[in-house]
Design a protein around this ligand. Structure first.
Ligand code: SF4
Ligand code: SF3
Length: 554
């Protein structure tokens, strides 16, 4: 196996024996093979795009396939095997569609040679494992070509996650599916370096558009997030814990638990659900339990009730865990031995009755902390406070904003973000989104004239909100360049969605981003050089130096 898609990759180079995340070799290889076949689908999707045809259904299928391979989402080899078989079937269907269109347009049969991803076929699933060994990341020998291809594929995985969330709420765009086809197919071609870089930049643009689409989907379905004091203590009822990023699952779970005597709590990245008007109205929606994803192995124990994982991050269960029998997965998430709640049929809802039944028999959660945290500062809420914020900047009460969005992770080096939050001057405001916030969102950092010093826009995809706020401030202050704003970017990354967010920021022209706790292992020294030259990207340094530089606008 060789996997280097996340920040915790072994030696910041690549996991080769077993993932640091716990991913076994077989699973890693099956994921590689799935990506290979998805690239084969994309070869035909890309060709069809030349005839102005985008096959929506296949586009969504590719999106779900990509999403399934992100870090900490799916651990179930049987699911990957089934997905590879299904992908081969769909690829051949799309091939037939392409061949027919080609013949119709050109009056002759298509006869160009195609990449192995577009032609390899077997019926026998027992041969998958062997094939998988030859199609991984290292199949691209040139280090820089590999780096650019993987940066693109990894960014696409993040885009795919957001596109899937939007699609679940009925929002889809041909442009997104079309680009995913083009970009995946590009990795099967020998392209000049500047064309590969252009595709990476284009991925940043598509990432912005996908996050905008998801924002539209979320806010039209559930209203605009509003300032909310989120309870982090517990009540004395049996309860269900819901984690991940899927708001449609959240909605259906709240509806189905209403009046049952079972409470609902969020974990990890579902915390921002507490700030949506459509969810706040439920009295049995109690608040948030615990911290970021990596703390789940102890927090799922003490929660006592069933846990529903709607997307990443699900980490492998410890041997002596007590929650395997109350762990449920759904959507792209999977775990061998955990119950999987099937997808909704068109027009219907998922059926969470088994989870609710089980919850009734469980003890209430053990309280692990008390109090509240404040959330709900997505773009609509911040813009409602725009006058106050602008006045505070003009008067000098707010000297600088520091964007510390992104992911959290297990590594000790991430205490950097806690220390930066603590050491930043009192006239700075932290803008956040994603689970990175758990490094500092419970600290007593106070407020500036009623504006909290940590403004939490929501999930990682809501980083889009922070970009909107920056663009608005640029307009209000009449600046020509987004980089003239008193905003510094000190981003934490872990998985592939953060890469999509990073590409989005680069597309928007943001320069001087600090990225930590380490620069991605999938960036070759030459690709890093390009990013440094073009965008002044830098790794994090010491807390003191970084704060000094950021306060000096560097
Ligand atoms: Fe390693 Fe991360 Fe890949 Fe897991 S997802 S195998 S930790 S690089
Ligand atoms: Fe977190 Fe897994 Fe990335 Fe959505 S939940 S930000 S790591």
């Amino acid at each position: 196996m060789f996997c280097f898609q996340c920040q915790e990759t072994a030696k910041n180079c690549g996991c080769t024996v077993r993932g640091v995340c716990g991913k076994p070799e077989e699973t890693a290889n099956l994921q590689d093979l799935l990506i290979h076949v998805l690239k084969g689908i994309a070869v035909y999707g890309d060709r069809l795009k030349e005839f102005d045809i985008v096959d929506k259904e296949t586009g969504l299928f590719v999106v779900r396939g990509l999403f399934t391979t992100i870090t900490n989402a799916n651990w179930d080899d049987a699911r990957f095997v089934a997905m590879i078989s299904e992908s081969l079937k769909r690829r051949n269907q799309l091939r037939d569609k392409f061949l027919a269109v080609y013949k119709q347009k050109n009056g002759r049969d298509f006869d160009e040679p195609l990449h192995d991803a577009a032609t390899w076929f077997v019926d026998d699933v027992s041969t998958f494992a062997e094939k998988a060994k030859s199609v991984g990341v290292l199949a691209t020998e040139n280090e820089d070509v590999r780096s650019l291809r993987e940066l693109l594929v990894i960014g696409l995985k993040g885009i795919a996650a957001y596109a899937d969330h939007a699609a679940i709420l009925g929002f889809e765009k041909d442009e997104i599916y079309g680009f995913i086809m083009e970009a995946l197919a590009s990795t099967t071609k020998d392209l000049p370096v500047d064309e590969m870089i252009a595709l990476v930049m284009k991925a940043g643009e598509v990432s912005v558009n996908t996050m905008a689409l998801l924002d539209e989907a979320n806010t039209s379905a559930y209203g605009h997030p509003e300032i909310t004091e989120v309870n982090i203590g517990v009540r004395n009822n049996p309860a269900i814990l819901i984690s991940g990023h899927d708001l449609k699952d959240m909605e259906e779970l709240l509806k189905q638990t209403k009046g049952t005597g079972v409470d609902v709590y969020t974990h990890g990245e579902m915390l921002p659900a507490n700030s949506y008007p459509a969810f706040k109205k439920y009295n049995h929606f109690v608040g948030n339990y615990g911290g970021a994803w990596w703390e789940q192995t102890k927090e799922f124990e003490s929660f006592n009730g069933p846990i529903l994982l709607t997307t990443n991050c699900l980490v492998p269960l410890k041997k002596n865990n007590t929650y395997k029998d109350r762990l449920f997965t759904t959507g792209v998430v999977g775990y061998t031995g955990a119950k999987h709640v099937p997808n909704r049929v068109k027009g219907g809802a998922k059926d969470f009755s088994e989870i609710i039944e089980l919850a009734r028999k469980c003890e209430p959660p053990v309280e692990i902390e008390t109090g509240t945290i404040v959330g709900g500062f997505a773009h609509n809420q911040i813009l409602a406070l725009a006058d106050k914020v602008v006045d505070a900047v003009k008067s000098g009460a707010i000297k600088r904003f520091v964007v510390m969005a992104g992911c959290d992770g297990r590594q000790k080096a991430r205490s950097y973000y806690t220390e930066v939050a603590q050491a930043l001057p009192k006239d700075t405001v932290i803008l956040t989104a994603g689970c990175a916030k758990y490094r500092y969102n419970k600290l007593p950092l106070g407020d500036i004239g009623g504006i909290p010093r940590v403004l939490d826009a929501g999930q990682c995809n809501d980083s889009y909100s922070l970009a909107l706020v920056a663009l608005k401030l640029k307009e209000v202050f009449g600046l020509a360049d987004i980089n003239e704003l008193p905003i510094s970017y000190d981003i934490a990354w872990y998985e592939q969605k953060a890469v999509a967010v990073l590409l989005a920021l680069l597309f928007l022209g943001v320069k001087g981003i600090r990225l930590g706790p380490t620069l991605p292992g999938f960036l070759s020294p030459n690709v890093v050089k390009v990013l440094v030259e073009k965008f002044d990207i830098k790794p994090i340094g010491t807390v003191r130096e970084d704060i000094e530089s950021m306060m000096a606008g560097k």
